[in-house]
Design a protein. Structure first.
Length: 103
């Protein structure tokens, strides 16, 4: 009888731990990465122009202030500068609301 209760207790603890880790509103919130890092890591998806000849975009310079930013980036063949706006939320992270490549 005691082994049965112990087994049920262990299963309940495991289910509770899994729910705590995976439930979005219960899981602990870590430190939000900087906008600079977010844009640098996602530059290929943000850019409306895609990489050329097998190159991979990388940010060469970035400045952000109060919901606005400017990113310079290249793929080894072509270089671009883009103006962007963003919002940040501790729960959902950063959202790039506009990304416009300069002419």
């Amino acid at each position: 009888l005691n082994m049965k209760k112990l087994s049920i207790f262990i299963v309940l603890i495991a289910v509770g731990a899994a729910a705590y880790m995976w439930w979005p509103n219960v899981a602990p919130v870590g430190k939000l990465m900087s906008v600079e890092i977010y844009v640098s890591q996602n530059i290929s998806e943000l850019s409306t122009i895609k990489e050329q000849v097998g190159g991979k975009f990388f940010v060469t310079d970035i400045e952000v202030t109060d919901g606005k930013g400017v990113a310079s980036y290249e793929d080894g063949h072509n270089a671009y500068t883009a103006d962007f706006t963003y919002t940040s939320d501790d729960r959902t992270g950063h959202t790039i609301t506009s990304f416009v490549i300069r002419n």
